[in-house]
Structure formats: structure tokens, C-alpha cells
Design a protein around this ligand. Structure first.
Ligand SMILES: NC(=O)c1ccc[n+]([C@@H]2O[C@H](COP(=O)([O-])OP(=O)(O)OC[C@H]3O[C@@H](n4cnc5c(N)ncnc54)[C@H](OP(=O)(O)O)[C@@H]3O)[C@@H](O)[C@H]2O)c1
Length: 284
């Protein structure tokens, strides 16, 4: 029951009605008998300017941030975590002692998902895409000391900008670009493939971002797309005996990291995964 003591958390975005975060966080609060609630807030662009002041006024404890505010919210924050600052995007805000501090849990959510299946140190990693998700994952990956990171992208300029930023803002230099249609040339030397493009996402489920012929049992392949639950890339990789990791893992882990920032408590993975899989299974 919501009472005067219930603590308020939520997510801001535009649009917001398709967010999976409310069922995941609220299920965990319920399972853990925590007096918290997680609410989706639809914030129109004309109302974003005073968001942080308003959230403080409402005594909100924590907010997730989704499209289109992950970057534009930053000037309103009192503090920003080092890695979120480097990424240039915030998806989680903690309100504590009157201060709003921004974090980015997308990268750590992806890294935790990978580390459940593979080491990252000294590995050769191929990242498909150079957009917002790729940026969060690539910056966070540099802390894990991989041997090499190769960014495959459609538009070279966007990959070059990401690579320049990595070299400027981190000590990591073993990062380079390859056109996305040429990944066959390097795939034998790659250990881990991460798709961060929307290629293969519903309704385009017959599309695949790269030629999969050379994928085999030595590869770990993660697709961050979560709808469908298993993309064409993952299906092909699995058929060829690669280790595969679906996008739901990153979605669950980024949410768990945000929950920890909001509440200082760690929920079980299944508290987040079960409601997510229930909704996504209905969509298949
Ligand atoms: N599992 C999770 O927790 C999670 C979290 C965040 C995002 N996602 C998913 O990740 C995907 C990307 O999100 P984002 O925010 O990073 O998007 P974004 O910023 O728009 O970046 C998209 C990237 O994909 C490339 N791309 C898009 N359409 C393409 C096409 N038709 N052919 C070749 N390349 C194409 C773009 O290349 P150019 O540079 O050439 O435009 C760009 O590199 C979405 O499917 C999203 O749902 C999942």
C-alpha cells in the first residue's frame, strides 16, 4: 500500500508508455518488501527545463532517464559520475542530501552480462554500431583492458568521432574502425562480437548486421536488441556453436545497477528478469 512513508522513484522520457522499467523495479520492491514505488513520468520537451528542481521538490529518491533526455538533462545535475561524464549521457539520477548525481548504468549492465560468460581482459572485441549504446559500452569496456576494440559502423565519421573521444578521454589506444560490410576480414581474430545497431529488431527480424558464415564455437556473441528475444544474428551464432547472450541481460543488469544506486540494496536477477520476459514473450 502507498502511504506517506513510501519512497518515490521512476523514469522520465518522451514517449514513456513502452518502458519496461516500472514492472521490473516494482516487482523487486514487492519481492523485497520495500516501501518504494516506481512511476513512469511522461515529460514533454517544453517541461524538461525545471525537471531536477521539481524532482527535489517532490522528494523523489531516484530517476531513470530515457530517450530523448539522456544528454540534455546533464546541465541540470549537481554532480556526475566519472564514466557518465565521459560517455556524455546519464540514464540514472540519485537524489541524496539535496543533490542530484547522474550515472550511466548501460555500459556496466552490458559488461556484467558479458562477464557472466567470458573474461574481457586481453580479448579482441568487435562492436557493431557507434551510436548511444555503443558509446556507453565502449567507454566502460576500456576499463576491462581488452587487447583490441574494433568499431564496425555504416557511417565512418560517427565511428571516428567515438574513437577520437575514447583516445582523448581514456588511456586506451588499441581501438580502430572497420566498415561494417568488411567484418569478415577480421572475424577469425575476434573473440567477442557485440551488436549495438538496431539491425534485426522487430519488425525487421530477418535482417542481420554482419555476414555470420565465419562465426564459430570460439566466439561469444552478444546482441543488445531485446525484441525479438533471439535475433537472427544470435540464432545463426548459436547454430554455429558460439556462446550467445541476448539483449535482455543488459536490460536487466542496467536496471539492477540503477536499483542499487536508488536504494543501496541488491535485488535478485530473477526479480527483474521474470516480469521483463513475461512482457516480451507476449510480444513475440
Ligand atoms: N539491451 C539494452 O539494455 C539496450 C540499451 C540501449 C539500447 N538498446 C538497443 O540498441 C539499439 C541501438 O540503440 P542506440 O540508442 O545506440 O541507437 P543510435 O544511437 O541511433 O545508434 C544506432 C547505431 O546503429 C547504426 N545503424 C542504425 N541503422 C542502421 C542500418 N540500417 N544499417 C547499418 N547501421 C545502422 C547507426 O549507424 P550510423 O552511425 O551509420 O547511423 C549507429 O551506429 C536499439 O535497438 C536499442 O533498442 C538496448
Amino acid at each position: 500500500m502507498i502511504t506517506g512513508k513510501t519512497k518515490l522513484t521512476g523514469v522520465i522520457g518522451h514517449p514513456i508508455k513502452h518502458s519496461f522499467s516500472p514492472p521490473m523495479h516494482n516487482t523487486a520492491y514487492k519481492k523485497m518488501n520495500m516501501d518504494y514505488v516506481y512511476v513512469p513520468f511522461h515529460i514533454l520537451p517544453e517541461n524538461i527545463d525545471n525537471l531536477i528542481t521539481s524532482a527535489k521538490t517532490m522528494n523523489i529518491q531516484g530517476l531513470n532517464v530515457t530517450i530523448p533526455y539522456k544528454t540534455t538533462i546533464i546541465p541540470q545535475l549537481d554532480e556526475i559520475d566519472e564514466i557518465a561524464q565521459k560517455i556524455g549521457a546519464v540514464n540514472t539520477i540519485q537524489f541524496k542530501n539535496g543533490k542530484a548525481k547522474g550515472y550511466n548504468t548501460d555500459g556496466i549492465g552490458a559488461i556484467k552480462s558479458l562477464k557472466k560468460y567470458t573474461d574481457l581482459e586481453d580479448k579482441n572485441i568487435l562492436i557493431l554500431g557507434a551510436g548511444g549504446a555503443s558509446k556507453a559500452i565502449t567507454f566502460t569496456l576500456t576499463y576491462e583492458n581488452p587487447q583490441n576494440i574494433t568499431i564496425a559502423n555504416r557511417t565512418q565519421q560517427n565511428a571516428d568521432t567515438l574513437i577520437e573521444n575514447i583516445k582523448k578521454q581514456t588511456p586506451y589506444t588499441n581501438i580502430s574502425y572497420i566498415p561494417i560490410q568488411n567484418t569478415d576480414e577480421i572475424i577469425d581474430d575476434i573473440d567477442i562480437i557485440i551488436n549495438t545497431t538496431p539491425i534485426g529488431m522487430t519488425p525487421n527480424i530477418d535482417e542481420c548486421p554482419i555476414n555470420t558464415d565465419k562465426i564459430n564455437q570460439k566466439h561469444t556473441v552478444m546482441d543488445i536488441i531485446y525484441n525479438p528475444l533471439e535475433t537472427k544474428l544470435l540464432k545463426k551464432a548459436k547454430q554455429q556453436k558460439a556462446q550467445t547472450i541476448p539483449g535482455t541481460h543488459m536490460l536487466v543488469n542496467q536496471g539492477i545497477e540503477a536499483f542499487k544506486i536508488f536504494t543501496n540494496q541488491t535485488p535478485k536477477y530473477e526479480y527483474f528478469e521474470k516480469p521483463l520476459l513475461k512482457i516480451l514473450t507476449q510480444k513475440q
